[in-house]
Write a protein that binds this ligand. Sequence first.
Ligand code: SF4
Ligand code: SF4
Length: 287
Amino acid sequence: MGPLTIAVASGKGGTGKTTVATNLALSLPNAQYIDCDVETPNGHLFLHPDLRERTTVSVPLPQMDPALCTLCGECAEACEFNALAVSRQRVLVFAELCHGCGLCGYVCPEAGAITEVEREVGSLEQGEVQHAGGSRTGFCQGRLNLGETATVALVKAAKQLADPRRTRILDAPAGTACPMVETVQGADYCLLVTEPTPFGRNDLELAVGVARRLGVPCGVVLNRCDLGDAAVTDYCRAQAIPVLMEIPFARGLAQAYAQGTPWITADPIWRTRFRTLSQAIREALDA
Ligand code: SF4
Ligand code: SF4
């Protein structure tokens, strides 16, 4: 089995997803961390990468030619993002709502009435995290421009930076909406980070549903495992989902998090634990 793509996701925010993703990336030799949480990328706060390259990401924006447009309204009807409205004089385009899917141009019956221009929606940043001894962790992040909605386009662009020679750790946006689905799609494995509460179980069920629909095998990391109830472990047992790592609440871990210090730096035992986690993923895929 070659280098894997491991998506780290969570049905809700605040479970420790980015903490797990960054520590997992740091624990593996020559891994690549890709922050697909493009609305609020914050993995860099723990990894402190040396950023070397920044590129912009654009999506196509439709432009209507008033000389050719008959105001039939088919484009506005087809647009599921409500980015178009037809007035008596022209078609209005709400650029921030447009995802650049191209459907309006496809359905327009008037040849040449819709053309496209490029619109910048965000950026990609790449760099490396240097370690003592010369080893490195690759780093990439997508960053959506303020007020933009083309999140999926940016996640796709971030995923294209994946280096096939390295183990890729994709930090997915929280929740189970399209950007999370786009992140998990095509991954070899999906790690779902949750907490042992009824809320954690509810959101985990939704996230498991997404992973299973996508055909991506999944396992669970149970954070603050000593603070809740058995809701999640009961569910995992019933669904034959492996709990690959349990993280107890500890003041030292909370302190490291608050200071932006990776756990594996704060306490070397965590390097071993995260390596064991990655081994458990490989064994789950081999089984
Ligand atoms: S490109 Fe897609 S999202 Fe944008 S206006 Fe056309 S149909 Fe709507
Ligand atoms: S579908 Fe084409 S012709 Fe009809 S309103 Fe839209 S741009 Fe105009």
